[in-house]
Design a protein around this ligand. Structure first.
Ligand code: ASP
Ligand code: MG
Length: 240
């Protein structure tokens, strides 16, 4: 059974119009494999369920533990919403919550350290369904508390799920179609890289990918394909 892990960021999932592009990539991938779709919270502040919007609803007095619970709602809701819309399109999809997804961490609520990856549930559901949708960025501690992997951490989750399923590559979709030498939104002469090494990517400090995702991918030799949700270009591959 071929399995593919595809991650979509908040700006790709912001609206019905943007999600259509994501669904195109997902449905195309289901022709050849089962798919694990890792999602961020939908949109950016002030969109209703974006991470910073949720944070703005909570008091400054909330503990880190409570803030993790609050923001986890964004990814959880996103997973159920994307699963619903895939079902409406005839895709056999199922969503996993943060306990079922199997990312076990310590109790550092804002920047949790991953301790164990438990693939039992996800593997079981992959046997039954064609697409599994799961929220990135969140984990569960051994005391069953919800934890987060650091802002921007769903990239890291995507690589963790790939490793959990013994895969050597992962597709990360974002609103730019690869890594550029300058910000392509500000500079029309920006040049896209076809390929970068893990170290080159880390040294660029580009913020396109969460550092933890690149460090983990390097350690386990997992290729990261960075692609544009709104594009059909092959993007940039980050590899050894
Ligand atoms: N939603 C989280 C954040 O905004 C995680 C992510 O998008 O990667 O930081
Ligand atoms: Mg991001």
């Amino acid at each position: 059974m071929d399995i593919k892990v595809m991650k979509f960021g908040g700006t790709s999932l912001r609206s019905e119009a943007t999600r259509k592009y994501a669904y195109r990539h997902i449905i195309e991938a289901t022709e050849n494999s089962k798919v694990v779709v890792v999602v961020s919270a939908m949109g950016r502040y002030p969109d209703a369920y974006a991470t910073d919007t949720l944070l703005s609803m909570g008091s400054e007095l909330l503990s880190k533990e409570e803030r993790a619970k609050l923001v986890s709602i964004g990814e959880q809701l996103s997973a159920i919403k994307i699963c619903s819309e895939l079902l409406e399109q005839g895709v056999r999809a199922f969503s996993l919550n943060f306990i079922e997804s199997g990312i076990r961490t310590d109790n550092n609520y804002e920047y949790a350290k991953v301790i164990k990856l438990d693939n039992k549930e996800i593997k079981m559901k992959l046997n039954e369904y064609d697409v599994i949708v799961v929220g990135g960025f969140i984990g569960t501690s051994y005391e069953n508390r919800v934890t987060t992997l650091g802002r921007g951490g769903s990239d890291y989750s995507a690589v963790l799920f790939a490793h959990m399923l013994q895969l050597k590559e992962v597709d990360i979709y974002t609103d730019v179609d690869g890594v550029y030498d300058r910000d392509p939104k500000l500079n029309e002469y920006a040049v896209r890289y076809d390929r970068l090494t893990y170290d080159e990517m880390l040294n660029m400090k580009s913020r396109v990918l969460h550092d933890r995702s690149v460090i983990f991918a390097k350690k386990h030799n997992i290729k990261i394909y960075l692609k544009g949700t709104f594009s059909n270009h092959s993007g940039t591959v980050i590899e050894g």
